[in-house]
Design a protein around this ligand. Structure first.
Ligand code: FAD
Length: 492
């Protein structure tokens, strides 16, 4: 076969679509499920407030980002199943990732943010920023269906009361508040608010999939991929090994999984070209393992390096009784507080969709955390490990405090201590934004070609060196659009 793509997230979907449109047949291999069939409740995806077997990747107990609420633990037992959200635990951090056809687009908050140009230029200095902002960011935003909320509707609708309180508090403390674009169908959300259609954003759907209004990759790039007729997608198939084939090209070993995660069959295929699009963690784990075990020994020493968590840290604030944040909160965040230049933090006003009034403001901050971790191969255990240290989150907490200490002082309010464990203020144990591990122009050339192996490419979040200054999927998509255009022009 001409091209095999490992993974069906943003990078993999861009690669497959553009290759197919250029006339190349493509096989996409995805370890997660297809997510196209309703469960017993008639819905494809489980609700955030009622996690079930569908919610987690091969766990027997849920591991929700918020572990406690008002003193009650939130996690519960489930059956081991190839569910949609992987809470992958490394020694110092839990990395949340989407599993299934569509990758992270199935589970994410849909916030579709283009970084400020000067920040992009500092993060990826080898990339021509002028081209990115004139061609590839617009192409990515159009391909993903990115739009911004109607400000007049935002100002009046109940489900964004929480966001308006966030805006008021930010502005009273002198911070700029900006609308964050998203990949949600706003007309659909208006109909949800009017009660004329089944609800998804207004029924707290996030983390475990969205049944209606979110434009995941299934509705955008993957829909167009299917229309080309040139792409085969194999769900519940996991790539375990890639090595040079004797007659040229690469031999790829693939495990077919059942829904308990067991391997039912192992398959071998050959491909002229292989794109690693398994996500920052998936691609990094594969590459360090393949280098160390002798399958791809010529990969350079940058493989596995430059990994970061995009400075993710969460916190909640307890508001006064005159600042209710609303019983029904849209699960799609739509506002952010920009203190990047002065304090190294960009904070999004996030929903706390509990269905009851909480008087809480909740935030996900993206911060300028300088620490970078590395994946290495543990030969004895036969697995890749990540050396991120728990204490490395302190710069993220300090950066987030430049916003929220000031707001608390101005408003006379305090942090919530009931969300992440007993008397714990900061959600600093996790990331939703793994980035790096096969950094552009280091582990690869300036277009994602892996050094040492013609025909092997990286085209996902692993290319971005650990931080993006905003939520990453628009940048992952735009960089993939840039790289695949060059690869199609010169390598096919
Ligand atoms: P992914 O989208 O992770 O896709 C990789 C795919 O490869 C996965 O489907 C995986 O199952 C598959 N795979 C991995 N290993 C193998 C293997 N060996 N064989 C076969 N398949 C494999 N970003 C934003 O910009 N805005 C947001 O609002 C936002 N919210 C988020 C909320 C949550 C809960 C999470 C988890 C993430 C969020 N993100 C958000 C991050 C965003 O979703 C990711 O940055 C993005 O999905 C990464 O794209 P990718 O192409 O690198 O890989």
């Amino acid at each position: 076969m001409p091209v095999l793509v490992i993974g069906t997230g943003y990078g993999g979907s861009v690669a497959a679509l553009r290759l197919a449109q250029a006339g190349t047949d493509v096989h996409m291999v995805e370890m997660g499920m297809a997510w196209d069939t309703p469960g017993a409740d008639g819905k494809i995806f489980a609700n955030t407030t009622r996690p079930d077997d569908r919610s987690f990747w091969l766990r027997t107990r849920t591991k929700q980002p918020l572990s406690n609420f008002l003193g009650f633990p939130l996690d519960k037992n489930v059956n081991r199943y190839t569910g949609i959200l992987d809470a992958e635990e490394f020694a110092g951090i839990t990395v949340y990732q989407g599993r299934g056809v569509g990758g992270g687009s199935l589970v994410n908050g849909g916030m579709a943010v283009t970084p400020r140009r000067e920040n992009f230029a500092a993060i990826l200095p080898s990339v021509n920023a002028a081209e990115m902002y004139s061609t590839y960011y617009p192409r990515a935003n159009a391909g993903l269906g990115v739009t911004t909320i109607d400000p007049a509707w935002f100002d009046t609708v109940d489900c964004y009361q929480y966001s308006r309180v966030g805006r008021k508090h930010a502005q009273r403390s002198g911070f700029p508040f900006l609308f964050v674009p998203a990949v949600y169908d706003w007309d659909y959300m208006k109909q949800e608010a009017a009660g004329t259609v089944p609800r998804s954003a207004l029924d707290a759907e996030i983390l475990y999939g969205n049944n209606y209004g979110k434009k995941s990759l299934q509705k955008t790039y993957i829909d167009r991929i299917r229309a080309t007729g040139r792409v085969t997608i194999s769900p519940l198939h996991r790539v375990t090994r890639v090595s040079p084939a004797s007659g040229g090209g690469y031999t790829v070993l693939i495990d077919q999984l059942d829904t308990t995660g067991r391997t039912s069959v192992t398959k071998t295929v050959t491909a002229d070209k292989v794109f690693f699009a398994a996500g920052s963690v998936g691609t990094s784990k594969l590459l360090v393992g393949l280098k160390a075990t002798g399958a791809l020994p010529l990969l350079n020493n940058e493989v596995g390096k430059g990994w970061g968590e995009n400075g993710n840290v969460m916190c909640g604030r307890a508001n006064h009784l005159w600042d209710p944040t609303g019983k029904v909160q849209s699960s799609i965040p739509t506002g952010g507080i920009d203190n990047w230049d002065a304090g190294g933090a960009f904070a999004e006003v996030a929903p706390l969709p509990t269905g009851i009034e909480t008087w809480a403001s909740f935030y996900l901050s993206i911060t300028k955390n300088p620490h970078r971790a590395e994946f290495t191969w543990n030969a004895a255990a036969g697995r890749a490990e990540l050396n991120w240290q728990t204490a490395w989150k302190q710069p993220s907490i300090d950066a987030a405090r430049t916003i929220f200490d000031k707001i608390n002082k101005k408003e006379g309010t305090i942090y919530r201590t009931d969300l992440f464990g007993v008397h714990k203020i900061w959600g600093d144990h996790l990331t939703y934004h793994p980035l790096g591990g096969a950094v552009l122009d280091k582990a690869t050339d300036n277009y994602g070609r892996l050094h040492g192996y013609p025909g092997l490419y990286v085209i996902d979040g692993a290319l971005i060196p650990g931080n993006c200054s905003v939520n990453p999927f628009v940048t992952i998509t735009a960089l993939a659009e840039r790289n695949i255009e060059r690869i199609i022009a010169t390598d096919l």
